[in-house]
Design a protein around this ligand. Structure first.
Ligand code: PLP
Length: 398
């Protein structure tokens, strides 16, 4: 029997990378398998377990036999609770058909880009940015156009966006609070952004994964709460960070009417709905009072401050962020400015795992990302390990 050649994977993958954060994690797992102690700051998960009432709600759903297909856009009870939540907490005008339940923030973002992006469309995003976004844009044939956050904050958002926009621009990806820097855009900046997208006729994908993890200052502002913005903004929310539900894979998108049919098709054909018992657990999460995170936020703030102080004493230049789970310090000159090399040096010589800033875009070069959402003993041990970096190792790193 003759055998033909094998067809290659689809061409769209030629320009799609595989998350370098996952690569770092795999290296860490290899070291752990060898019995090494690793001080792990490369992750991005809440430090607490999922609250027991949420777990109990899933158990009850299973006991009731809630194990069959649900409507592909979500069970009505959850969608109703989402409409109430976004109206009350985010100020987003939504009707009963606005929410679609998705498999976490990543899936909500994937579905949003699938809904909006044609091959050749330009998508603007601020840099440093959350790594997977560029790959999701290119997966759909879109062209990512990076806009420096530092430049936008220095020269004004409108002016900086205006310099990067072209006739091909269709979408602005917006992420506040931001991964990796923990920056939060102010209401005034959001108003400026919205003036820009109105003028240019653009759609916005607003990634609000960290809406509840702001530790001081002005609280979260959803772009879709600004007058008229709800018509051009797909707002993407996740249960992962607020409710420590990273492994459950649950989130929701609030979709303007004109994009709903497309979004429903993407969700139907990609997942045909989120697991039914998970949706009942998510409904329980939404019944928590708005301030249920107050205590957890204290824990995050304490960890942020301890790690920041430790990194400063190890020679890093740290700007303490107001939100999210990460510090994004400048690498000390003794470690050089190549973030990949610096991350390797730290992992090889003192077993401290971080993510090189470069993977968050060229504007992230010269930085490392450390998650402070880890056990306090991890912070103490990691800082201690950093202080043992010998000058010989530092010399080799250069
Ligand atoms: N958006 C940002 C900025 C994130 O950092 C993450 C996760 O790290 C997500 C979205 C997606 O989270 P998930 O897919 O766990 O809901």
């Amino acid at each position: 029997m003759t055998r033909g050649a094998f067809p290659p994977p689809a061409l769209r993958f030629d320009s799609v990378g595989f998350s370098e954060i996952v690569r770092v994690r795999n290296r860490v797992l290899d070291l752990l398998a060898l019995g090494e102690k690793v001080w792990r700051f490369e992750g991005g998960e809440p430090y607490m377990p999922t609250p027991p009432p949420i777990r109990d709600a899933m158990t009850r759903a299973l006991q009731r036999g809630e194990t069959r297909y649900a409507p592909s856009s979500g069970i009505p009870e959850l969608r109703t609770a989402i409409v109430a939540k976004v109206a009350r907490k985010n100020g987003i005008p939504a009707d009963r058909d606005s929410p679609i339940v998705v498999n976490g923030g990543m899936h909500g973002l994937f579905a949003s880009f699938a809904t909006l992006v044609n091959p050749g469309d330009e998508v603007m995003l601020f840099s440093p940015y959350w790594t997977p976004i560029v790959d999701v844009i290119t997966y759909h044939g879109g062209v990512p156009v990076l806009v420096s956050t530092a430049a936008a904050r220095r020269d004004g958002l409108f002016r900086t966006l205006e310099q990067a926009v072209t006739d091909k621009t269709k979408v602005l990806y917006w992420n506040s609070p931001t991964n990796p820097t923990g920056d939060v855009f102010s209401r005034a900046e959001i108003e400026e952004m919205s003036r820009f997208v109105f003028e240019r006729g653009l759609a916005v994908i607003s990634d609000e994964a960290y809406e509840d993890l702001i530790y001081e200052g002005e609280s979260h502002v959803s772009p879709a709460s600004l007058p008229g913005m709800e018509e051009r903004t797909i707002s993407v929310f996740t249960f992962s960070k607020t409710y420590s539900m990273t492994g459950w894979r649950a989130g929701y998108v609030i979709v303007p009417e004109r994009y709903r049919a497309a979004m429903r098709s993407v969700v139907l054909y990609s997942i045909n709905g989120v697991s039914t018992p998970t949706q009942w657990a998510a409904l329980e999460a939404l019944s928590f009072p708005d301030d249920f995170l107050r205590e957890a936020r204290e824990g995050y703030r304490r960890r942020r401050d301890r790690l920041a102080a430790g990194l400063v004493s190890a020679g890093f230049q740290v700007e303490k962020p107001r939100a999210a789970l990460y510090l994004f310090p400048k690498i000390p000159a003794s470690l050089g400015s190549d973030s990949r090399k610096a991350a390797e040096t730290l992992l090889d010589s003192v077993k401290v795992a971080t993510v090189p800033g470069m993977v968050f875009g060229p504007e992230g070069e010269g930085h490392l990302r450390f998650s402070f959402s880890v056990a306090e003993e991890m912070i103490a041990g990691g800082v201690e390990a950093l202080s043992t970096l010998s000058s010989k190792e530092l010399q080799q790193a250069r």
